[in-house]
Design a binder for this molecule. Structure first.
Ligand code: PEP
Ligand code: MG
Length: 752
């Protein structure tokens, strides 16, 4: 049966029209299960009850007409109870409802399974037979499996079909790429030149083709320089790193060399660009790491940009008369850069995820973004949209009452941003005068972060994996020294905590692939670096060299699960320090031995804190991984996102235990997971006694504002009260009210 099941699902998935797909499904299922009838009833948001959407066995004219009200008939009952019903003789069931237009008199046995997508019942799949008999267990599981697989197909097909209708209005769900809300008209962008539509052509004028390539390379380089400059000036500093990646590709001798080689083989400049880009895109697209997979989009964008210049010699800038919501199949960083900031209200991209450069840029620029809405947007042009970057929802032509609500949110947000900006230069202290340190989580472009956030007290977590990921080999010691030095000198006089390489899990290096069944429980972080002391030592030495004369470096180890890992890491640090000190003592002065700390993110450490304390100088809690490992919930899996909760009672207990142990053993402790930048999270953590938080730069100001509005004595009492509630909702509600009483209720939208 597995083969039949797969075939049915494949055929339905391939169908471009929902009605056709349903008809096909009914027919195929009837044949595969050897039954007399198969029907699909679907529920539509705007209509009551279940409508017969397709059938092979009932009267065809009833399709689109026969309707069963909710809670009525056996189909209605399945919808209500959300479970399978198997009846030897349906006509004797008390809920049986005769549908005259469907002519189902002759059918007696009945097997129906609900079609459920993301906890919502989309419809009911039914098979019937003339014979009175109970369906067998194997038939039951076939139908349930088919219904479960079809739920996704129907949900997607429905949304796709919906978008084909000009008057459709409703909601599409994607990923929350950048927070904020925008209301505006859709402006659907299509590339002038699409890589895959360009036909490769031969040429016999080699020197001309090389010259054409030189010219466009130069043009595009200048354009990118211009864009980078604009971003620098507009303070969206983090985004500079995005353009650095583009410049890097464009100047990469291997990349350009490959294009030249194709020209030498007799292709036109355009064809050479197309052929090389397509090969590289295919390579990136097959990579396991989501960050690197996204780089395929960068190559496509650059390729299309070069081709556009080659084909339309003088392509002017985009002219827009009013602010728009940019909607496209794939939005690149350069496309965003081409639209003046004042004209860009939000972005919506069919492809891409929260790791896409478009999303990174949008966050840096404060533009709401929804990514990964897997649809074709042709008919959205000019239609009114609401982009909700907190929830990842896109509303098309919403009702006036919904619009009014969103307008209120926008006004409130603007007011809050103004309010938060007022505390930029103020001290980070609570109302009862308790100092609270606010630090940055950096990694993408730390020196730009500080320019934006002079309000921060330093860097609490510098993730070093990005510079490793951007290359095609391990960076040399000198390259690392250069990049770490830039960070340390940007924060002179302020502490910088650098984390040693944390690859593995979902962070892969293209030149060092790790293939594992269970990567999050595998060779990751310190486990990998201790197995490769040559890599670890180079990184430690680079950090030490970079810190000469600066005195602000501390080093942190990720994914530590046992004390031996710390002992071995300490020995290697001792060795690195001795060697670097000996080499540099004469000419460059003394290197201070840095403090060494660990991330607390593997639950086994919770039971070894007393023994850990004498081995390290500090610890920092990585709530992202601690939550994932304590709750056994993958932090990247959308299906279980609902149960990934850093305020789960078990996580709360762990957090309390960590701060208590830190006090008892006099070890400084901070929080560097996402919880630190979360309005409710920071209140709970302050109530527990935490005073040091590290977060993304976009959160610093609002968290500082919250800190300045709070009293630790009140928060402590609140925590006692909240902990007496077993329900997580009630727990959050208590702290939510505390924010509301301070006029900060609007912050609760942000994913809480
Ligand atoms: C964490 O796990 O909470 C953390 C800060 O590290 P990362 O998100 O890089 O794993
Ligand atoms: Mg982590």
């Amino acid at each position: 049966m597995l083969r039949e099941l797969r075939e049915i699902v494949q055929r339905v998935t391939a169908s471009s029209d929902l009605n056709e797909a349903m008809a096909e499904l009914a027919q195929q299922t009837r044949q595969a299960m050897l039954v007399d009838c198969c029907s699909i009833y679907l529920r539509r948001d705007d209509e009551p009850g279940f409508l017969l959407a397709a059938t092979d066995g009932l009267a065809p004219e009833a399709v689109g007409r026969a309707r069963i009200p909710l809670g009525e008939g056996i189909v209605g009952l399945i919808g209500e109870k959300e479970e399978l019903i198997n009846l030897a003789d349906a006509q004797h069931h008390p809920s049986f409802k005769y549908l005259p237009e469907a002519h189902e008199d002759e059918f007696r046995s009945f097997l129906g399974a609900p079609i459920i997508h993301q906890r919502k019942t989309l419809g009911v799949l039914v098979v019937q037979q003339k014979q009175v008999r109970l369906f067998e267990e194997g038939e039951e599981s076939f139908l349930v499996t088919l219904a479960a697989q079809l739920a996704t197909v129907i949900a997607h097909a429905e949304a796709r079909g919906n978008l084909k209708s000009r008057n459709w209005h409703g909601m599409l769900r994607g990923l929350a790429g950048s927070p904020g809300v925008a209301i505006g008209k859709a402006w659907v962008w299509r590339p002038k030149v699409e890589l895959d539509r360009v036909r490769a052509r031969r040429a016999d004028d080699l020197p001309v083709q090389h010259r054409r390539l030189d010219k466009v390379l130069h043009q595009v380089e200048e354009e990118l320089d211009g864009m980078a400059l604009r971003f620098k000036e507009s303070q969206a500093g983090e985004s500079m790193a995005v353009f650095e990646v583009y410049q890097y590709i464009l100047k990469d001798p291997v990349f350009i060399g490959l294009i030249r080689e194709e020209i030498e083989h007799g292709w036109t400049a355009g064809s050479a660009v197309k052929r090389v880009c397509e090969k590289q895109i295919a390579q990136f697209a097959n990579m396991a790491d989501p960050y690197l997979r996204e780089r395929a989009a960068d190559i496509r964008d650059l390729g299309q940009r070069l081709l556009t210049r080659l084909i339309h010699e003088d392509d002017g800038p985009l002219a827009l008369s009013e602010p728009i919501i940019l909607v496209a199949d794939e939005i690149s960083a350069t496309l965003i850069a081409e639209i003046p900031r004042s004209k860009l209200m939000a972005i919506v991209s069919a492809k891409g995820s929260i790791n896409s450069h478009a999303a990174i840029l949008a966050r840096a620029m404060g533009i709401p973004a929804v990514m990964g809405i897997d649809h074709s947007f042709e008919l959205l042009e000019e239609r009114q949209l609401v982009v909700d970057g907190y929830t990842g929802e896109l509303l098309v032509e919403p009702a006036p009452s919904v619009l009014k609500e969103y307008r209120r949110v926008i006004v409130e947000e603007a007011q809050m941003d103004e309010l938060f900006a007022t505390v930029r230069q103020e001290a980070s202290r609570t109302l009862d005068d308790v100092p609270v340190s606010l630090l940055l989580n950096a990694g993408l472009s730390a020196d730009a972060d500080i320019a934006m956030n002079d309000a921060a007290d330093g860097v609490g977590l510098f993730r070093t994996e990005i510079p490793f990921m951007m290359r095609d080999r391990f960076p040399s010691e000198q390259e690392q020294v250069h990049s770490y030095r830039r960070v340390l000198t940007s924060y002179v006089g302020k502490p910088v905590c650098m984390r040693t390489l944390d690859v593995g899990g979902d962070k892969q290096l293209p030149y060092f692939p790790i293939v594992e069944e269970n990567p999050f429980l595998g060779w990751r972080g310190i486990r990998l670096t201790l197995d490769h002391p040559e890599i670890f030592l180079v990184q430690l030495k680079a950090m030490l060299r970079a810190s000469i004369g600066l005195d602000n470096l501390s080093i942190m180890l990720p994914m530590v699960g046992s004390l031996d890992e710390v002992r071995v890491a300490r020995r290697l640090l001792d060795r690195a320090w001795r060697e670097v000190s000996a080499e540099t003592a004469d000419e460059q002065g003394i290197i201070r031995y840095p403090s060494l700390g660990v991330m607390i993110e593997v639950p086994s450490l919770l039971y070894q804190l007393a023994e850990l304390a004498p081995l390290v100088d500090f610890w920092s809690v990585g709530t992202n991984d601690l939550t994932q490992y304590l709750l056994a919930v993958d932090r990247n899996n959308g299906r279980v996102a609902d149960i990934y909760d850093s305020l789960h009672p078990a996580v709360l207990r762990a957090l309390q235990q960590i701060i208590d142990a830190a006090r008892q053993h006099a070890r400084p402790v901070s929080i560097c997971g996402e919880l630190a930048g979360d309005p409710i999270g920071v209140l709970v953590l302050m109530a527990m006694g935490y005073r040091r938080f590290s977060m993304n730069n976009s959160n610093i100001m609002r968290i500082k504002y919250i800190v300045r509005q709070s009293r630790t004595d009140e928060l402590k009492k609140l925590l006692q009260e909240a902990l007496s509630h077993q329900h997580v909702g009630a727990f959050k509600g208590i702290f939510g009210r505390y924010l509301e009483e301070r006029g900060l209720g609007g912050l609760l939208r942000a994913g809480l």
